[in-house]
Write a protein that binds this ligand. Structure first.
Ligand code: DLZ
Length: 170
């Protein structure tokens, strides 16, 4: 269908083909949100941000499953199980790693990001990456709804966009 693409408005790109872009309506889409309890002061705000984005984009409450896991380390396996269930159009992953208080920060982060990416690649289900990696609690707060947006909100929007794109590419 027709969409308002950037290309139609942009002078340098006028005349180029209209791009395939995702829509931002979440009506009729189902989502699983995996959220880590570690640093819950932050991850609760990320979850709020995701739910805000999903609800305001038209997702039904009954189409949203929230799964709480202990920490970031546990996110990939839960995401994988949810993706493999076939019940969700997208998985939203939320966690917060703060370097100062996390031993082997890089090792944990690398494995978590690799695991989430691998689950996405191997299941074909879009996984939005809402894992904050911060130097300080202040930085984490800023990315969870204070001064630098809310990564949970942004992740949910990315999930909606990717479900829409996957549907268009079928
Ligand atoms: C152990 C640990 C540490 C030190 N730091 C964090 C963190 O900053 N963010 C987070 O989400 N989880 C942390 N964890 C917990 C691990 O992710 C995991 O839950 C435990 O090691 C148990 O497997």
């Amino acid at each position: 269908g027709h969409s308002f693409a950037f290309w139609e408005w942009s002078e340098p790109l006028r005349g180029k083909p209209i791009a395939i872009e995702g829509d931002l309506s979440a009506a009729g889409m189902s989502f699983a949100i995996v959220v880590a309890r570690w640093n819950a002061v932050i991850t609760d705000r990320l979850l709020e941000g995701s739910l805000d984005a999903l609800h305001r984009s038209g997702a039904a409450k009954s189409d949203i499953e929230i799964v709480r896991v202990p920490g970031a380390w546990e996110v990939p396996s839960a995401a994988r199980a949810l993706a493999e269930s076939g019940e969700y159009d997208a998985i939203i992953t939320l966690a917060c790693l703060i370097r100062g208080e996390t031993a082997h920060y890089e090792a944990i982060y690398n494995e978590v990001s690799r695991g989430i990416g691998q689950s996405q690649q191997e299941t074909g289900v879009p996984h939005a990456f809402g894992v904050l990696t911060c130097e300080t609690l202040e930085q984490a707060l800023n990315r969870a709804g204070i001064k630098a947006g809310n990564k949970g909100f942004e992740s949910a929007i990315a999930a909606i966009e990717m479900v829409s794109i996957h549907r268009k590419l079928k």
